[in-house]
Design a binder for this molecule. Structure first.
Ligand SMILES: Nc1ncnc2c1ncn2[C@@H]1O[C@H](COP(=O)(O)OP(=O)(O)OP(=O)(O)O)[C@@H](O)[C@H]1O
Ligand SMILES: [Mg+2]
Length: 341
């Protein structure tokens, strides 16, 4: 089944169809990241390429962009010789940087392809998920990067640019990948639905975009699960909400109303029921947050509540009891909402 959009890797030969559907295969197909596409297109036309640093949230096209560019620069044959791709699943300690990366960087290359066409006179080393490299390994890259600049370009990719050491960032052109805009995501998802002949409703697609928060990979993966799940193959809002683990708005609304009008005993029951239903604490917290911001409470009330939310969030990350944390939060909401500010 060609339903594996986002998950396929670049190398999987057997699923060529899937690959064409999923990863953009040329830089032109990369949506929404205009600056980096402009730079890469210049270098496709023969201009030099700087060392690159891509950073930004997951699923915004960082890996896809550089793979597509490398493909276009070298063509499928030369790709193997000219591109070294290392990601977090490969050993990338200081030893590997010293040996593998350095050896690859030292190879000299010609400016023509075997078929006579011109190609760039440099190689590309892609270090994906570079923020998981130790700073010692990053430091070992500094000299290599400078010494081999004649024949090698580096492309560092990461989610958190603050984890890349300063001497490396200053050697690269930095590009921030923005979370994808809603209409762009909608367009892509509808395209996929149509190619896969799935039935979908407008609300279903909108829900997908909303829950994935700019992460197109997440949206595609959810779409795939939805397609598997619903037998009549209609992608509706309720299916999406169900599989995304979103707490139904009614349940959240019920909790808030209990905070505003109920008693503490009722609040206890409401929170307990939510936890027993199996909704994740962090998910409840996030949705409560979005709603509280919009509620007609005073600024002071909202600030007290959101401050408590921050504390609860940290506690949940640290593994605190979900029930007690949410009850604590709800009682602050109750206290704030029922006292006259
Ligand atoms: N800007 C984009 N244009 C087109 N497709 C995109 C874009 N961003 C993401 N996608 C889709 O999402 C999938 C995942 O993207 P990709 O692997 O490039 O994300 P990433 O930025 O490298 O994320 P991570 O930080 O998690 O590694 C791609 O296969 C593609 O289908
Ligand atoms: Mg990636």
């Amino acid at each position: 089944l060609p339903h594996i959009y986002g998950i396929t890797t670049f190398e999987t030969k057997s699923s060529a169809l899937v690959f064409t559907l999923s990863r953009p295969k040329c830089v032109d197909e990369v949506a929404f990241q205009e600056e980096v596409v402009a730079v890469l297109k210049k270098s496709l036309e023969g201009a030099d390429l700087p060392n690159l640093l891509f950073y930004g949230p997951p699923g915004t096209g960082k890996t896809s962009t550089i793979l597509a560019a490398a493909r276009e620069l070298y063509g499928p044959e030369l790709y193997r010789q000219r591109v070294l791709e290392l990601n977090a699943s490969d050993e990338r300690g200081i030893q590997v940087v010293r040996e593998k990366v350095k050896n690859f960087a030292q190879l000299t290359v010609a400016g023509t392809r075997p078929d006579g066409k011109a190609c760039p006179p440099f190689k590309i080393i892609i270090l994906d998920e570079a923020d998981s490299m130790t700073s010692a390994a990053q430091a070992a890259l500094r000299r290599t990067m400078e010494k081999e600049s004649r024949t090698t370009r580096f492309c560092l990719i990461c989610n958190y640019v603050s984890r890349i050491i300063e001497p490396l960032t200053s050697r690269c052109s930095k590009f921030r990948f923005k979370p994808l805009a809603n209409d762009i995501q909608q367009e892509r998802l509808i395209e996929i639905c149509e190619k896969e002949s799935l039935k979908y409703s407008k609300e279903g697609i909108e829900a997908l975009v909303k829950v994935s928060e700019g992460d197109l990979r997440k949206a595609i993966t959810l779409l795939q699960s939805a397609a598997r799940l619903s037998t009549e193959k209609e992608i509706t809002e309720s299916v999406i909400i169900e599989i995304a683990g979103v707490v139904p708005p009614k349940v959240i609304e019920n909790l808030l109303q209990t905070c505003y009008k109920g008693t503490f005993e009722k609040l206890e029951v409401a929170v307990k029921t939510m936890i027993d239903e199996g909704y994740a604490g962090t998910q409840i917290l996030n949705q409560l947050h979005d709603i509280i911001i919009e509620e007609s409470l005073s600024d002071k009330q909202k600030s007290v509540i959101t401050e408590k939310m921050a504390v609860v969030d940290k506690c949940l990350v640290d593994g605190a009891d979900e029930y007690l944390q949410l009850l604590g939060l709800s009682s602050v909401i109750m206290q704030q909402a029922t006292q006259n500010s």
